[in-house]
Write a protein that binds this ligand. Structure first.
Ligand code: PMT
Length: 403
């Protein structure tokens, strides 16, 4: 952050007081910090507070108070290497999404082409409102980095999603803009968890996947600087923050979600445990217990990864193989049939490997037959190894495993 010019825009929310700490932390990290505020924000925190913390004049009015600036909004936009809006109100999101520039803050961001990080904070219902969600989608699609609000007690007396993330998290997101990771600028799609196939409205066919492996990969890709889309079947885990999270149930839904994003990503890592079969005709009502036996007719699900293997252009494709015997042989077949760059094989019956546990024991099989065998390690560490290899492939360098 040393000598980076950070412009903080503060809009009118009670969480504005937390941004004083954000400004202070960024300054301590070596950044030059300037603050612009809306008039409503200045009702919550006095501009003088930010002035004392940053050592710089604070801009509120479009005309008149930016003593050192000739044309204030242009000068502030030119100053910034990155702009952070925190807290970002629903009103601000609406204006930013639609290019409305009616005060210094909104005019400045319109005059800037630098990275924009937005930290929304508001009442839960306001955040969940379709208008707010639509505005967030528009901004995201435009490349704006949106920080997920935290969940908890809100100043309005309710509890739910809408709290400003902690200052340390906000600063980490700003720092990340300048820290070029091995996957910076790349988009990675990760699947996780197990799909569920309905038998009737009450029961389903499922599997033992917890989502741990896939969530660890999503986090490792985020840490490497990627924009991540995480598509998850059943999992009780909280997804990592600051990625696009899509929750699905069945294999059919997972296929749809994956295909929707496939064209826009550089790599796909399929660690989800996808059901190979689904019930042909799920019952509309709960099946009553009568006969001693019950026969379910199953039909084959689409093989998502195989389909991607046929569609792939420049994407790196990584699969997993959950095996219980002949691990390398079966996994090797899947690698070829699904047209993958490499496959991660795990023996899901081995102690410390496979479903639910925090560790895994895996082998990576490469096209051409090279095999890397890893000892037992945490799923977080295995995720880093997988992401490193994806980054190498995307960087155009061929990876030569040592053994
Ligand atoms: O979630 P955890 O509890 O942490 O457990 C991790 C894990 C054991 C689920 C994970 O390490 C793992 O092995 N994931 C792959 C599970 C699986 O479906 O394996 P498979 O061998 O049946 O499938 C091979 C590959 O094809 C997989 O990448 C799978 O996502 C994909 N597939 C499978 C079937 C299908 N219809 N469509 C698919 O795309």
């Amino acid at each position: 952050m040393l000598n980076k010019n950070i412009l903080i825009g503060v809009t009118g929310g009670i969480a504005a007081y937390k941004v004083v700490e954000v400004a202070s932390r960024l300054k301590k990290l070596g950044a030059n910090v300037r603050v612009m505020m809306t008039r409503h924000a200045a009702e919550f925190v006095a501009p003088r507070t930010f002035q004392e913390i940053t050592g710089n004049a604070v801009s509120v009015e479009m005309f008149g108070d930016a003593a050192n600036f000739h044309v204030a909004h242009i000068a502030l936009a030119d100053f910034a290497d990155a702009i952070l809006i925190a807290p970002a109100t629903a009103n601000f999101l609406g204006k930013a999404a639609h290019g409305i520039a009616d005060d210094l803050l909104t005019t400045t961001i319109l005059a800037s082409d630098k990275p924009l990080i937005v930290a929304p904070a508001m009442n839960t219902k306001m955040f969940a409102h379709p208008a707010t969600q639509d505005n967030l989608r528009i901004l995201r699609a435009r490349g704006v980095k949106i920080l997920e609000p935290a969940t908890g007690e809100l100043a309005c007396g309710t509890s739910g999603k809408g709290r400003l993330p902690e200052p340390v998290e906000i600063c980490a997101a700003v720092e990340k803009i300048f820290a070029a990771g091995t996957l910076t600028g790349k988009r990675v799609l990760v699947t996780a968890g197990g799909t569920v196939e309905a038998i009737d409205p009450v029961r389903y066919i499922g599997n033992r996947s917890s989502g741990r492996m896939g969530f660890a990969i999503a986090q490792a890709a985020l840490n490497a600087g990627a924009d991540v889309v995480l598509i998850s079947g059943k999992s009780d885990l909280a997804p990592p923050k600051n990625l696009t999270f899509v929750k699905v149930e069945s294999a059919t839904q997972m296929r749809e979600a994956v295909l929707k994003h496939f064209d826009s990503v550089d790599a796909v890592i399929m660690s989800a445990a996808v059901a190979d079969y689904r019930v042909k005709n799920p019952a509309a009502q709960k099946i009553k217990k009568s006969a001693d036996t019950l026969t379910l007719e199953l039909v084959k699900n689409p093989d998502i990864l195989r389909e991607l293997g046929g569609l792939k252009t420049s994407q790196v494709l990584v699969g997993f193989a959950a095996e219980t015997q002949n691990i390398l042989e079966y996994a090797g077949k899947k690698l070829v049939e699904k047209n993958l760059d490499f496959i991660v094989a795990n023996d899901v019956t081995a102690a410390g490997a496979g479903f639910g546990v925090a560790t895994n024991i895996a082998s990576i099989i490469w096209r051409g037959g090279n095999v890397e065998n890893f000892p037992m390690m945490s799923k977080d560490d295995l995720a880093v190894k997988i992401v490193e290899r994806v980054a190498e492939l995307l960087g155009g360098r061929k990876f030569f495993p040592s053994n």
